[in-house]
Design a protein around this ligand. Sequence first.
Ligand code: NAD
Length: 499
Amino acid sequence: MTRYAAPGTEGAIVDYQSRYDHFIGGEYVKPARGQYFENPSPVNGQTFTEIARGTAEDIERALDAAHAAAAAWGRTSTTERANILNKIADRTEANLEKLAVAESWENGKAVRETLAADIPLAIDHLRYFAGAIRAQEGSLSEIDDDTIAYHFHEPLGVVAQIIPWNFPILMAVWKLAPALAAGNAVVLKPAEQTPASVHYWLSLISDLLPPGVVNIVNGFGAEAGKPLASSPRVAKVAFTGETTTGRLIMQYASENIKPVTLELGGKSPNIFFDDVWSRDDAFRDKALEGFTMFALNQGEVCTCPSRALIQRGHYSEFLEAAIARTEQIKTGHPLDTDTMIGAQASNDQLEKILSYLDIGQREGAKVLTGGQRIEYDGELAGGYYVQPTVFEGDNRMRIFQEEIFGPVVSVTSFNDYDDAIKIANDTLYGLGAGVWTRDINTAYRAGRSIQAGRVWVNNFHAYPAHAAFGGYKQSGIGRENHKMMLDHYQQTKNLLVSY
Ligand code: NAD
């Protein structure tokens, strides 16, 4: 096990700035109203940097810079844009360890995840869209002897992007890579809980981009996010966050008839059919590991498998083994390389999770393991830690229906295939789902019947750039990842030409 030194301490590989301004037109710009807010690390609750508090004036300034840059950027060749994205990927890769530590410190997540998943996925995503834009083609149709229809892709212009705190750098890259590949200039607002990691990454790569192509305005949703999403000067709003905020974003964007893509909340079912409990130890083991995915990233994943549905035939044996496996999850210092679960991202998030631990018990669910805040002494004192928790209850309970966004899973049983699908679909959400079975027919039928944009069969939490990701129902509109994402950032121009 290695423990990375905390940023700013002796031996640290990361040094955050004591203050982050907005990044507009290729330079750091002070907030128009001169205000800053404190940014604490969830590791110990101590402020480690101050952040410019953005308002409508800052958004306007960023939009000026983006508009000044958009036309020239939109005219660059796809090869040129792809080369820049590849260079950003290379620079990100060369700084992988630093970025992993920076993100872990600001978000509280375990560095083993940021090293193995968050930053490598961001790199892959950049390279994927560098390739996808070069491979994109238009079309030509012969209408009749004299007439031909050409279809071209054009950038939208200036787009607004608003992201959450659970994967600060990855969420920024998921948004920026396709938008830039498609030739747009961007104004992006990071989450108020985790802007510094986005700036840290930006400081490593910003010289690769023409000024004004990417602009970052920090701040809170109502003060900076709302004027950005409401602006008539943006051609589109791309948002990732809570479903309740997604409703507001749609309202703001509707004032100016702007398209939105929304990546929202989830309450993903993870379904374990009886045949998982077979003699095949390796498969059973994989499924048990799949059960514990509810706690990955401290449970702060939109697709987190927060409802486990276990078939009645082997319910008790499976659950007993699943609890034992949950109790082996190592919680602790986020910068230790063997920690599996670090701190929750903010005090508000911690309070929210604790309130659900209480709600679950009051509505009659049984805590099978966990259920408490963890209060460490020493270096971690004051940090935001929670035990991985397994509840047993009924799918109509609030802990089964509402997004907790913490390391909490609610378990229930089902009788047969139809029962499993009924329970799985009994939710407002439709983002992700897991199906565990060795029966290919059951897997296929369940995969097609569950109303969710992504169904993992015999795995969970893989996010390759070339697999489309997005929500059914109130989990969102549109898709991320996959080359189809480019369509969300482009206009289709038709030339109907007669000779
Ligand atoms: P949130 O909705 O509170 O905030 C997300 C972003 O929106 C932040 O930048 C915030 O400042 C901004 N915002 C808040 N109110 C706003 C307003 N009125 N106008 C404009 N912007 C506003 O969400 P969060 O708590 O940061 O993130 C957690 C949520 O994100 C969870 O619901 C999770 O499921 C979801 N999420 C979804 C995906 C996905 O791909 N579907 C991925 C990650 C997170």
